[in-house]
Design a protein around this ligand. Structure first.
Ligand code: BG6
Length: 454
């Protein structure tokens, strides 16, 4: 009997070859996960396991190792929209599972197919409602607005209990995002000053250099607001703004995140939508498309802790650098003003990508005879110390799913409140500004807010 059976629907897709199989291979090779695991790669193509492995290894430009994969992957051919094919899958799974086997069903497929797959899995009793060993995993897009997300969710709750559902937001698996609560609450120097009396503003930015990379069908319906803000950036914001939880167990952390979402407001005047020059020429994009590939907005978290502090959110494609960062800027000290020197404010940089780590900028005297001041930065670079051996987000997420840890997965009420917030912004959607470079956008923001977004 296997300890873990990991069934992937959509096994010939990009997500499987680029993220899921590499992460499972690494966990397997590092003995972080039971060696008694089987990955059942479900697909409709007429492959056997050897042909499937050749296909995924080739798709991932030989980064995957076929010898390792062959130790735990089995290809299973079926039509996932055909109810009759599920009995066969069940018979196969029954031959390798026992009552204690963890059965993890990963839907790496379009959300329109969730309904059929969830229903059929349940009809043949492959997945039993309330059996905590049976888990369902998927990632966004989770609907395209509040109504559609509700519909998908109600459908899933017919067959699964909320405890069995793992909604992936891959940003939550990133090292520095997992580290936010630790940096805030395990350091007296930050814990004491993490509020509106000392924090001037917070900037949360996810900039990308790539365009839409052939994802026209999905992206043109979505745009940057839904693609990045509804999920990744709002998740980061909630971790930065939440109050200390009663405990660090999943539900207590989520209860505090929920308070942030309930108190989240945005400034209508601050909205900037942009579209990169050339977007309309991308394959599959309508020449009149108004979809935004860049968005900037100012939000406020109206809790006693953060009332009045602007949280600036910015994300976009085809910008100057690939960089995700949180910048927490502190107020000047009262003493600082007496020196009458060009002192700057302290900033804490939580660096998510490309190099994980943090930095703290401080004012310091320039060594020497004069009373000059300079801005110095203290740096902690995780990637520099890990020597190319950084854990990938998906490794952490898949490990947590196999162990039943839910902190890094989003609960339904988080999804519900974030969609509500996004739907309200969507109503004010404006024609996007066409941009060639980040400088143009930065100037626009500076003119509007007097803030330099770097
Ligand atoms: C995905 C979005 O969720 O995140 C993509 O759909 C985006 O459009 C990607 O490119 C960014 O992720 P990362 O990890 O590269 O910052």
């Amino acid at each position: 009997m296997k300890d873990i059976i990991f069934v992937i629907f959509g096994s010939t897709g990009d997500l499987t070859s680029r993220k899921l199989l590499p992460a499972i291979s690494k966990l397997y090779s590092d003995s972080q996960i039971s060696k008694n695991i089987e990955v059942v790669a479900v697909g409709r193509r007429d492959y056997d396991t050897a042909a499937y492995l050749d296909y995924v290894v080739d798709t991932d430009n030989n980064k995957l190792n076929k010898d390792i994969l062959s130790k735990f992957v089995t290809y299973y051919k079926m039509q996932i929209t055909d109810q009759n094919d599920y009995q066969g899958l069940k018979t196969y799974i029954n031959t390798i599972s026992g009552p204690l086997t963890k059965q993890l069903y990963y839907l790496a497929i379009a959300p329109q197919l969730f309904d059929d797959v969830a229903k059929y899995l349940s009809q043949v009793d492959l997945v039993e409602k309330n059996n905590s060993h049976h888990r369902l995993i998927f990632e966004k897009p989770f609907g395209h607005d509040l109504d559609s997300a509700k519909k998908i969710n109600q459908m899933l709750w017919k067959y699964f209990d909320e405890e069995q559902i793992y909604r992936i937001d891959h940003y939550l698996g990133k090292e520095m995002i997992q580290n936010i609560l630790m940096v805030r609450f395990a350091n007296r120097i930050f814990e004491e000053v993490w509020h509106n009396r000392t924090i001037k503003n917070v900037k949360i930015m996810a900039k990308e250099t790539d365009g839409i990379l052939g994802r026209a069908g999905y992206y043109d319906d979505s745009g940057a607001l839904k693609d990045m803000i509804q999920s990744h950036l709002l998740q980061i914001l909630s971790l930065v703004a939440m109050d200390a939880p009663v405990s660090y167990f999943s539900d207590d952390v989520k209860n505090e995140k929920i308070e942030v979402f309930k108190n989240l407001k945005f400034d209508k005047q601050s909205l900037i939508f942009g579209q990169y020059n050339g977007y309309k020429d991308e394959k599959g994009i309508d020449e009149k498309s108004m979809t935004e590939t860049f968005v900037f907005l100012k939000t406020f978290v109206n809790t006693p802790r953060f009332k009045g502090v602007p949280f600036y959110l910015l994300t976009g494609k085809k910008l100057d650098v690939k960089e995700s960062v949180i910048i927490v800027e502190f107020e000047e000290t009262t003493e600082q003003r007496k020196w009458n020197l060009p002192l700057s404010t302290n900033k804490l940089y939580i660096k998510i990508a490309p190099q994980d780590g943090f930095g703290l900028s401080l004012n310091s005297k320039v060594p020497g005879l004069r009373d000059d001041v300079e801005n110095v930065e203290m740096e902690y670079c995780i990637a520099c110390q890990a020597y190319g051996n950084m854990t990938e987000a998906y490794e952490k997420l898949l490990l947590d799913i196999s162990e039943g840890h839910k902190t890094l997965f989003t609960r339904w009420d988080e999804i519900e409140l974030t969609w509500k917030f996004i739907d309200d912004i969507k109503k004010l959607q404006k024609e996007p500004v066409i941009y060639d470079d980040y400088e143009t956008l930065e100037k626009l923001i500076f003119d509007l807010e007097g803030e330099k977004m770097s």
